[in-house]
Ligand binder design. Structure first.
Ligand code: MSP
Length: 596
């Protein structure tokens, strides 16, 4: 998209390639004001540092291209976003979780033609396949925006007109190499042999057009200053250097209209052209905020929650979000998002999984075979958020069996089994009293606090690890105390054993809340077995992870496995959502199940 080296731009109207220093100072002052309007200049997802506690936590996934149905790579961002949204809700924040589909442009029009559909029919169909996958994955989004929605079109036009009125749009000729899959003009020096795009491994095509340009170069200094003042704007921190060096190498104006693409929003000042798909799609983050019941209007949409707290994206679209988007917002006089987090890629045999390369794993099939909790847990636990991670089915089965079935599931099941046998499934003492004088409670408190800090800093894998460590500590406590033999001794030993069970079950209660952002169904099954209702589970907050929730007299439900091991189907009879049987020759050695 940035004008390629060797490409020619001939300005027809109002060329703006630099600002005088007085104008830059005015712009910078204006931006500083906009940035600090709602939140402090320190960027952090932590609710504690937020200026106004009642500001909503607005987070977004990218709006996915509808050239093909979703794959595991697209599901990954959305799973992570959902876990973060659920965690913020547990903290008591009002959350607006935005996702949606990016439906305009050449790539979509070509995909529609290839399937003998009109672009509109094609978009309806594929957009629906995203909605359906999100349902299967238990994604609890608040807004789903489609860029073909008329309210979006109205807001894009209004935004475009503002930028035009600010003198940041001009007309010019453009010639360069275009990657249709990236929907981006490429710099020749970033291409492989035969002008192939390094991401899609397909040749770029030569294009020459008369386009409208956005004066990105005018925002070079303001962007540099913004990043210098707010280094947390780009996360993880190692991606900031990359962004800073793009900016330092010089920002070129980019083309924001297409003369040869019909499938798009018409340019307000020239209906023969359509708005470039990226300029259009980024605005979905704002148009999503517009209520369906009201006349779409930029200011109203902005007042419903802009600026966003967090844009979650893959690292391949960082330049659009950390350079072009802030500059566009500055031009329109709108506040910047608090943070852009660029995660890594899910890879298969080292190559980015993608629709264009055709090396994807079908997410619906994974959910169908293993259940949504397993899929969510595996990717959040196994891939360090920010880094790349390779998918392997053996690893998947090993991890979910060891963590969810054995460490967590088996601990609950054997504890409830002992309680049923020896205490009529009823707690004999308050958990706060039961834990007096034990160090186990301190361990749980430290781990749950660690999980909270990890969730807040988006270290999702570490958060999962901290929760798992609670169950590992519970298993060690159980094995060390051996309550099954204490019960056999009777008297005081038996009383001590009954206390031990309360202690373990209290830890399970805390696990259920702390794991609920990642594995919501599994967490509910744990909570339900502890004798709570669905309403009580839905009303739980992070404060409820404080030790002492379980009280004497609480009656537990019948023990049932909460997570069936992947090679077993026996639990299906017990009403547990059991994964489909996996062929024996694909299975790793079964994990040892600890005896109660
Ligand atoms: N439509 C644009 C985004 C516009 S946002 C205003 C787009 N769409 S996409 O469908 O191609 O990609 C959406 C997201 O999926 C990107 O963040 C991309 O990084 C992510 N992923 C696509 N393949 C992926 C993997 N293999 N692994 C992890 N994420 C990947 O870009």
């Amino acid at each position: 998209m940035a004008a390629a080296a060797g490409a020619r731009i001939n300005c027809f109207l109002n060329p703006i390639n630099s600002l005088n220093s007085k104008a830059t100072t005015r712009l910078t002052t204006h931006l500083t004001f906009r940035l600090s309007r709602r939140r402090p200049p320190m960027f952090c997802t932590c609710a504690s540092t937020s200026a106004a506690a009642d500001d909503p936590f607005v987070l977004t996934t990218p709006l996915y291209y509808v050239n093909a149905p979703p794959h595991l790579g697209s599901a990954y961002t959305t799973i992570a976003a959902d876990a973060i949204a659920r965690f913020q809700r547990l903290l008591g924040k009002k959350v607006i979780f935005i996702t949606g589909t990016d439906e305009h442009g050449e790539k979509i029009a070509t995909a529609a033609a290839a399937s003998n559909s009109s672009p509109a029919q094609h978009c309806d169909l594929i957009s629906q396949s995203y909605i359906s996958l999100w349902k299967h994955l238990d994604i609890a989004y608040d807004k789903f925006i489609r860029t073909t929605d008329p309210k979006h079109e109205a807001i894009v036009k209004e935004f475009y007109s503002r930028v035009l009125a600010n003198g940041d749009i001009y007309r010019a000729d453009y010639e360069g190499l275009y990657c249709i899959n990236c929907e981006e003009y490429k710099d020749e020096k970033e291409l492989l042999d035969n002008n192939c795009c390094p991401t899609h491994l397909k040749p770029c095509v030569a294009r020459k057009e008369d386009n409208f340009f956005f004066a990105l170069s005018k925002y070079q200094k303001p962007l540099e200053e913004t990043l210098a003042k707010n280094p947390n704007f780009v996360q993880p921190s190692y991606r900031l250097n990359e962004v800073q060096s793009w900016i330092k190498s010089g920002l070129r104006d980019f083309s924001i209209s297409r003369a040869l693409v019909d499938w798009g929003i018409p340019v307000p000042n020239d209906s023969k052209q359509t708005i470039y798909v990226w300029f259009d799609a980024l605005l979905g983050y704002i148009s999503a905020l517009s209520e369906d019941t009201e006349q779409p209007n930029l200011e109203r949409a902005v007042s419903s929650g802009w600026p966003a707290s967090l844009h979650l994206i893959g690292k391949d679209i960082l330049r659009f979000h950390a350079v072009y988007w802030p500059a566009m917002l500055m031009s329109a006089g709108l506040g910047l998002p608090n943070m852009v987090f660029g995660h890594g890629f899910l890879t298969k045999d080292g190559m980015k999984m993608g629709k264009s390369l055709g090396n994807t794993v079908e997410p619906n099939e994974l959910v169908h075979r293993f259940g949504s909790d397993a899929v969510r847990y595996f990717f959040l636990r196994e891939v360090e958020f920010g880094s790349d991670g390779d998918y392997s089915e053996d690893r998947f089965i090993n991890i979910v069996n060891a963590h969810l079935a054995n460490s967590i599931g088996n601990l609950l099941n054997r504890t409830l089994g002992l309680l049923k046998k020896n205490c009529q499934s009823t707690l004999v003492i308050d958990s706060s009293i039961a834990a007096e004088g034990t160090t186990f409670k301190d361990t749980v408190e430290k781990l749950v606090e660690k999980a909270r800090v990890d969730y807040e800093s988006l270290s999702l894998s570490s958060a999962c690890e901290a929760v798992l460590e609670i169950s590992n500590a519970g298993n060690s406590y159980m094995d060390g105390r051996a309550p099954w033999s204490l019960f056999k001794q009777g008297g005081a030993a038996s009383e001590a054993a009954a206390k031990d069970l309360v202690i373990i079950l209290e830890a399970m209660r805390i696990i259920a809340i702390a794991l609920s952002p990642v594995a919501p169904r599994l967490s509910w099954r744990i909570y339900g077995q502890l004798g709570y209702s669905r309403d009580q589970f839905d009303a739980a907050t992070w404060t409820d992870t404080t030790w002492g929730g379980l009280k004497s007299g609480q009656v537990m439900a019948q023990p049932k496995p909460i997570f069936a091991r992947i090679e077993s189907q026996t639990e299906e009879e017990n009403g547990v959502e059991a994964p489909k049987k996996v062929k024996k020759n694909k299975l790793p050695q079964p994990q040892q199940v600890v005896e109660a």
